[in-house]
Design a protein around this ligand. Structure first.
Ligand code: NAD
Ligand code: UDP
Ligand code: UDP
Length: 336
């Protein structure tokens, strides 16, 4: 017939097991701390092909060295503030510096990463029909007036402070996710991640667990920022990755808190690290940074009910695993 094209003949690959069952997964920020652990977990499943897009601002190829050259793995140097054309089924969108030192370093860039970066990944999800998960943060609750924080709480955030590029940036990213969902029917998932720790954290990125462990191993005083009574809840990275995958493959859009509800003051954390690594090390009080949230602890009722997820690794179990990794990287052997 004139004007009608014959249907494309089916690819010979169509009927192969490989074609039908493979899931192609993009991880932005996959060269970073949480991203690289997520890559490890997803690569364990032989049905997954993993593509990482990362600009190496705070991540490194070193975190992915065991996968480079693997036939199911691909690494792209790419900044998410630029459009990206790939064909995928799932997008884990993690790209964004997470440590205050790095996200404040170029605040305007942090906003661009959160806003333009998320917009681009949503545009990509829309074009290819992929499901997209955003790693948002407990920082969307700001300095919370509700404790512990439930997903219903709207937060107490300073819009013009030095942390705003990050916390307001993530709030806009969440808004964009929901607007693409409502307006274009995109399948979205939002995880609100609470403080996470484990091997491969940047040694000098200024976050409290990495600081204390590196300080204890170097025999330097542990710097507790005043007043030291502020609290955080620390989730071990393997639990975090498990929660993210359950959220992605489940039926709920979120936002869902993913974190460990065990709550510690920074002084208690310092005492624990001191006891575990070196009882001779000193603890000193130093000045804090502006807008530091005074308390933070996730309410994980939703994650338990909707994802069947709760953390398994306690702080006392996780800290030694991180110590081992830091000893190797810092070249400090364990005393006999
Ligand atoms: P990370 O800094 O180790 O990883 C972030 C990765 O994103 C790095 O590899 C970095 O190079 C990359 N990146 C940054 N800007 C980019 C850009 N414009 N284009 C492409 N890549 C870019 O941090 P992380 O701890 O692994 O955090 C991962 C995600 O989880 C982030 O979105 C962060 O906001 C969120 N999160 C982390 C924590 C935590 O405690 N680690 C807490 C809350 C939320
Ligand atoms: N985009 C992308 N990859 C794609 C499709 C879109 O990076 O495969 C970017 C695109 O450049 C745009 C953004 O995603 O800046 C939003 O795309 P959308 O189609 O939603 O909006 P529009 O292009 O109409 O502004
Ligand atoms: N903190 C500390 N000593 C340090 C680094 C951080 O006491 O060397 C405190 C900081 O004041 C904050 C808490 O630890 O109250 C967590 O800080 P981090 O930067 O790790 O995470 P976030 O503030 O993003 O939760």
């Amino acid at each position: 017939q004139v004007g009608t094209k014959p249907p494309p003949s089916p690819s010979p690959l169509r009927n192969s097991k490989f074609f039908q069952s493979n899931m192609r997964i993009l991880i932005t920020g996959g060269a970073g701390f949480i991203g690289s652990h997520l890559v490890d977990r997803l690569m364990e499943n032989e049905k997954n092909e993993v593509i990482v897009a990362d600009n190496y601002f705070t991540g490194s190829k070193d975190n992915l060295k065991k996968w480079i050259g693997h036939p199911r793995f691909e690494l792209i140097r790419h900044d998410v503030t630029e459009p990206l054309l790939v064909e995928v089924d799932r997008i884990y969108h993690l790209a964004c510096p997470a440590s205050p030192i790095f996200y404040k370093y170029n605040a305007v860039k942090t906003i661009k990463t959160n806003v333009i970066g998320t917009l681009n990944m949503l545009g990509l999800a829309k074009r290819v029909g992929a499901r997209i998960l955003l790693t948002s943060t407990s920082e969307v609750y700001g300095d919370p007036l509700v404790h512990p924080q439930t997903e219903e709480y709207w937060g107490n955030v300073n819009p013009i402070g030095v942390r705003s590029c990050y916390d307001e940036g993530k709030r806009v990213a969440e808004t964009l996710m929901f607007d693409y969902h409502r307006q274009h029917g995109i399948e979205i998932r939002i995880a609100r991640i609470f403080n996470t720790y484990g091997p491969r954290m940047n040694i000098d990125d200024g976050r409290v667990v990495s600081n204390f462990i590196a300080q204890a191993l170097r025999g330097e005083p542990l710097t507790v920022q005043a007043p030291g009574t502020q609290t955080r809840s620390f989730c071990y990275v393997s639990d975090m990755v498990d929660g993210l995958i359950r959220l992605m493959e489940g039926d709920n859009t979120g936002p869902i808190n993913i974190g460990n509800p065990g709550e510690f003051t920074m002084m208690e954390l310092a005492e624990t690290v001191k006891e575990l690594i070196d009882p001779a090390v000193k603890i000193e009080s130093v000045e804090n940074t502006p807008d530091d949230p005074r308390q933070r602890k996730p309410d994980i009722t939703k994650a338990k009910e909707l994802l069947g997820w709760e953390p398994k690794v306690s702080l006392r179990e996780g800290l030694p695993l991180m110590e081992e990794d830091f000893r190797l990287r810092l070249g400090v052997a364990k005393k006999k």
